[in-house]
Design a protein around this ligand. Structure first.
Ligand SMILES: [Zn+2]
Ligand SMILES: [Zn+2]
Length: 340
């Protein structure tokens, strides 16, 4: 049992254990709230926390939202002004100001964060890793993506296996493309009946796409790099473009066009250029059928996209989106739509 208390002793709490991370935050708000060079925030599971005394002394101040939720919130003792821990309802994990602890939590600080906002009069002299905002964003996103990625890989393994197995048999002993398709689809359907890893990944993308569009360039690059190399997420991004196309019915659905384009920009042609082109052609045709001119939206998201050559194709996504209306794949898709 590790205990902690405020300056006057009116608020007392105990934790079973600290799980980390243990971060030293140099952001402006943490410096203001603490009056120090940084806040030492120790990660604790809400289930391991118990408030022993002083509930009535705890007040909370919520600072105006800077960019995106959650808001910056600080709880403090009404009598002595010490910051105090105050887990939000429903939170499974939160940070406690480590300076309040009366015992050794066992853990030691593992990183400095928001170092670009550090006080000019303070020098970091230890060797802990230092994260600025984009690096921290990439780290947090990676931590969010990892469990989804593991679930996807487990889900996709039998499908990948049947594809490999049946592809080896293809065109031998009368085993044709139709048989291949039937066998792969039946395994896929069985997996889909068991679990749908995409729903959660799409929910994450519903939040990530608008955030990506509003982010400064370094943060957009951080998001792209956090996603790149994660097969589940890349697959979900592709599916998300198709899904966005299906949501468009009228000009009021323009945000789906923009979010679909954001997904393409995040995916950054990491895996297969042609798959992305086909998905974007769906999106383009859906927007036109919904009464929109997709060109300005393509141009807008092009300007936010990567100008380097992607891993999975010949043309930077910035250039590809800007000139998408000239791509043959779009003309082919339009011809198919017209022939119907
Ligand atoms: Zn107090
Ligand atoms: Zn902070």
């Amino acid at each position: 049992m590790i205990t902690g208390s405020c300056l006057c002793g009116g608020v007392r709490f105990a934790i079973q254990r600290a799980v980390g991370p243990f971060e030293l935050c140099h952001c402006r708000r943490c410096r203001k709230a603490s009056g120090g060079a940084f806040v030492a925030g120790l990660g604790v599971r809400a289930a391991d926390f118990e408030l022993l005394e002083g509930k009535e002394l705890i007040a909370t101040y919520e600072a105006p939202l800077l960019e995106s939720p959650p808001p910056y919130r600080v709880s403090f003792c009404r009598r002595c002004g010490s910051p105090v821990p105050n887990p939000q309802r429903g939170a499974t994990w939160f940070e406690i100001p480590a300076g309040l602890l009366d015992d050794d939590p066992g853990l030691r600080p593992d990183k400095h964060i928001f170092v670009e906002l550090k006080a000019p009069w303070f020098a970091i002299t230890d060797t802990l890793p230092q994260y600025d905002k984009p690096a921290l964003l990439a780290l947090r996103l990676a931590a969010q993506l990892e469990p989804l990625e593991r679930r996807y890989r487990e889900w996709a393994a039998p499908i990948d296996r049947v594809i490999k197995e049946k592809t080896a048999r293809l065109n031998r002993n009368g085993y044709g493309a139709g048989d291949w398709w039937r066998d792969v689809q039946s395994v896929r359907a069985a997996q889909q009946a068991k679990d749908d890893p995409y729903a959660e990944m799409y929910a994450l993308l519903d939040l990530l796409c608008p955030r990506y569009l509003a982010a400064p360039p370094v943060e957009r690059a951080a998001i792209r790099s956090a996603v790149g190399g994660r097969v589940g997420m890349l697959s979900a991004l592709l599916g998300y473009i198709h899904r966005a196309a299906r949501q468009i019915h009228s000009p009021a659905d323009e945000h789906w066009l923009i979010h679909g384009l954001a997904a393409a920009s995040i995916e950054n042609c990491h895996r297969d250029f042609r798959d992305v082109l086909l998905a974007l052609a769906e999106l383009y045709v859906a927007a036109e059928a919904g009464g929109m001119d997709p060109k300005p939206a393509f141009a807008r998201v092009a300007a936010l996209s990567d100008s380097d050559k992607p891993a999975g194709g010949p043309t930077p996504v910035r250039e590809m989106l800007a000139h998408f209306h000239d791509y043959a794949v779009l003309a082919e898709r339009k011809a198919r739509a017209g022939a119907r």
